[in-house]
Design a binder for this molecule. Structure first.
Ligand code: PMV
Length: 398
């Protein structure tokens, strides 16, 4: 029996949006009401590995996620599979020498390299990895932006996860979504010293799912109309420029303002939607206090549809920021795997050297609202890998 396989890794939770996607103009096709921008984070710490196999002998499409069989029945997943098979079929119809695999069933096996309990499992990475792995199996010649449109149908934000570095999702205007796609703003190499500290904030209840949250906002918030018409179009151009100029101050200010603008439209929805909790709000204040202390913007926060904070900074300012963050969050897990005791000690010393000058209150209890810290940086998009999760028969290895 012939089994064809392919594997890819994709960054998890990676496209942390700096200009938010919030609002759909078409729910079926995941077409957004505004363009958005994100930074892809490195895969050393957070990644999904997806392997796919296809064979004429497989009786049905199957999916295994982190060792458990899951359903592929959702309309979104089916739309992705249909588009990928259609593109493969086009190739096969033009070239008789190609094996006719477009009608064969698929086995998809996917695993994250971090605990799902961290609250970071994201549909964005999952769909990006699934679509990229199958595109590779099918040897599709389409450029990455075309592949992004298929990932978009799985989960809107997934379309940005097919690129590394700095990525824009252009909303497009066509009804069929053929111009709603991700494009690279700048590669990782253009601005590679951008780093991110993710504070995983404990949530006591399940957040409103993004799709239903977006629907409520689109239908009920007046502020949202102002945001998509007046605020985002201008910010989109400004943020792209700040990335091309590597202007951290500008980039940081836009990132923080847009996070706040998005959460304001959530509060303006009716009934209101709350993603930020008290810990999130204290982290927002802390970042502003740190920037004020240094007299310039050295750190920026952003929050997606949940309480976790992503704090961006440039490598050369790391000890400035970590003198505060290590002081406050040294008890949470995540430092030792990245820094030696010596470096951590230096952050402590740096804090001691400035503590007399600090004018604002540091909350010694803030760490209690945080589960762990993930120290990462801007990274690459999906990568080819020799690792595979499927055996020669096309079934999960483990
Ligand atoms: O993951 P999705 O496609 O359901 O959308 C989530 C949207 C936000 O993460 C809140 C913002 C964004 O731009 O990713």
């Amino acid at each position: 029996m012939t089994v064809y396989t392919a594997s890819t890794t994709a960054p998890v939770n990676i496209a942390v949006s700096t200009l938010k996607y919030w609002g759909k103009r078409d729910k079926q096709l995941n077409l957004p009401t505004n363009s958005s921008i994100s930074v892809t984070l490195a895969q050393d710490d957070l990644r999904t590995l997806t392997s796919v196999a296809t064979s004429s002998e497989f009786p049905e499409d199957k999916l295994w996620l982190n060792g458990k069989e899951e359903s592929l029945a959702s309309e979104r997943t089916q739309n992705c599979l249909k588009d990928l098979r259609n593109l493969r079929q086009e190739l096969e119809s033009k070239d008789d020498s190609l094996p006719k695999i477009s009608n064969w069933k698929l086995h998809i096996v996917s695993e994250n390299n971090f605990p799902t309990a961290a609250g970071l499992a994201s549909s964005a990475a999952g769909f990006a990895a699934l679509v990229v792995a199958i595109a590779k199996l099918y040897k599709l010649p389409q450029p990455t932006s075309e592949i992004s449109k298929i990932a978009r149908k799985g989960s809107g934000s997934a379309c940005r996860s097919v690129f590394g570095g700095y990525v824009a999702w252009e909303m497009g205007e066509k009804e069929d979504g053929s111009d709603s796609k991700a494009v690279e703003v700048a590669p990782l190499s253009h601005w590679s010293n951008l780093k991110a500290a993710i504070l995983v904030v404990s949530a006591d209840k399940k957040d409103t799912p993004s799709t239903s949250g977006m629907q409520t906002t689109v239908q009920t918030s007046d502020l949202f109309q102002w945001r998509i018409k007046e605020v985002v179009p201008k910010r989109f151009e400004e943020m792209k420029k700040s990335i091309l100029d590597k202007d951290f101050t500008k980039f940081a200010d836009l990132t923080m303002k847009d996070s706040n603008s998005f959460h304001a439209t959530c509060l303006d929805s009716y009934p209101p939607i709350f993603y930020l909790n008290d810990t999130s709000k204290k982290i927002i204040k802390l970042v502003h206090s740190i920037n004020e202390f240094y007299g310039k913007t050295v750190a920026a926060y952003t929050f997606d549809a949940g309480p976790n904070a992503v704090i961006y900074y440039e490598d050369q300012n790391e000890s400035k920021i970590f003198s505060f963050l290590y002081k406050l969050f040294s008890k949470v897990e995540g430092w030792e795997s990245k820094y030696s005791q010596e470096t951590l000690g230096a952050f402590e010393q740096q804090f001691d050297s400035i503590k007399e000058k600090i004018q604002f209150q540091l909350d010694d209890e803030l760490y209690k609202g945080v589960n762990r810290i993930i120290l990462t940086k801007v990274g690459d998009g999906p990568q080819d890998t020799k690792e595979s999760l499927v055996n020669a028969e096309g079934y999960p290895k483990a």
